[in-house]
Design a binder for this molecule. Sequence first.
Ligand SMILES: [Zn+2]
Length: 482
Amino acid sequence: MKILALIILLIFAPIAFCSELPDLGDVSQESLSPLQERQIGQQSLMQIKASKQYYDDPEVNDYLNEIGDKLVQYSNEPSLNFEFFAVNDNSVNAFAMPGGFIGVNTGLLLITENESELASVLGHEISHVTQHHMARMVSATKGDTMASMAAIALAILAARSNPDVAQAAVAGTGAHLMQKQLNFTREHEQEADRLGLDLMEKAGFDPHAMPEFLELLQKSTRLIDGNAPNYMRTHPITSDRIADIENRVSKLPYHLLPDSLDFDFVRTKLIGLQKTPKNAIRYFNDALTVHKFGNQLAQRYGLVSSLLRDNQIDRAKSELAILLKEAKGAAKDNAMLTTLQARVKRAAKDPDTLAFYRTAVQNFPQSRALVYEYTDLLINSNQADAAVKLLTDQVTLHPMDTTLYDLEARAYHQLHNSLEQHRAQAYSMAWQGNLPDAIMQLEIAKREGGSFYQLSIIESDLRELREMQSEQEDGKKKKKKK
Ligand SMILES: [Zn+2]
C-alpha cells in the first residue's frame, strides 16, 4: 500500500521531480506511526535541501538547534531527534514537519526582537510535532484516506514557506478542495500555544514574549492588508488565541533575560549577507559611528565579516582587535567569535591558523562551522587522516549533513581509499534527494572491493536505495495511468 508515497509524488511533482520515497508501509491504519512521521519529515527535508530554499549556513542552523534543544528537553518527547534549520526566504514563516523537522524562515529570524520571541515560535512548532497534530489530522478524516493523505502532503508543502507554489501544486492535482485542511485546527493551535508556553517557561525564556510576538504579527498583517505573512496563513492567529495566551501569561512573572550574543550575531550575519560586501561595510560602519544603533558588539562582528568578504584583510584584523577588546571575557566563550578570529587568521595566512582551529574545535565540539573549516584546512594541508577521524565522529551526530559527507569524500580521496570515498559521495547524494547518482556511487564503491564487513554495508544500503527508487518509478507509472 503506497498511497501516501503516490500522493506525495503527485503533489510534489510540479516542483520537484526527484521525489524518492521510502516505504511508508500500510497507511490504512488510523494514524501515522512515529516511523512514518519521521520518514515523511526526512523526505521533506531532502526536498528542501535539493531546492535552493535550504539556508546552508552552519552557524545559523547550529544556533537554531541550540535554542530548539533547550526547549525540546522539557517536552514529552525529549529523546526525539529534532532538526531545526533556516529557510532562505524573507517572508515571515516557521513550520513543523512530522518527525521533528522544524524550518524557520530568515524573514522570521529578522523580525524577532528578542530571543524569547524566537523561542515562542519554536516552542509552538515543537508542540505541533510532539502532539502529532499531522497524524491526528489524518485520523480526523478517517474514511477519506486519499484526501487526508493529500492534506498532509499539502501541509508539508505549504510549510515550505511558499504558499503560492503550494497552491499551484494543489490546482495541478485537482485537490484544491483540500486547501482548507492546510491549517491546523483552532484546537491544535491552542494546544501548541499552551504547551509551547510551558516549554518556554521551563527553559527560562520569557513567556510574555509569545503574545507580544503574535500581536506584532497581527499588527504587521493589518499594515500589509490582505498580504498576511505566511505564518498567519499556516497558523491562523485570532484575537481569541491571543486573548487565551495573554490570560495564561498574566499570572506568570516576567523573566527579563538578556539576549545571547549569538542571537544578535546570527541576525547581524543575516543582515550583512543580504547586502553586497561594500554596502554591508557601509551599513555596519554607520551603525557603529554615525547612528550608533543596535548591539555594538554585533555590529562590529558584522563589520569584520563584511571586510573579510571584501578581502580587506588588514582592516578586518584591526577591527577584530577592537571587537575582542570590547567583548572581554565573552571572546573566549563564544563559538561564533572564535570562528571569526579563525577566519581572519586564515585570510591573513597566519602560520598559527591550523593550531588555532584545532584548539577551537576542541573547545567547541558542537560547532559545525569550525568542523567544516578545520577539516577543509586539514585536507588542504595533506592531513586527511586527522580529518577523517573528526568527520567520522561528526557524521554519527549529524547523519543527514551532506557537507560532512562531501568533506569525507575529499579526505578519503587523498588517502586513496576509493571505496570509502564513493560511499561518502553516495550518502551526500542520497541526502540531497539524488537517488540515481547515490546508487551509481555505491556501485562504484562495491567494485573497488573491501572487507566483508564493508561490502555487506554497501549491499544493504544499495538494497534500500533501489527499493526507494523502484517505489518512485511505481509512483510515476501510476500517475501516468490516471
Ligand atoms: Zn501552529
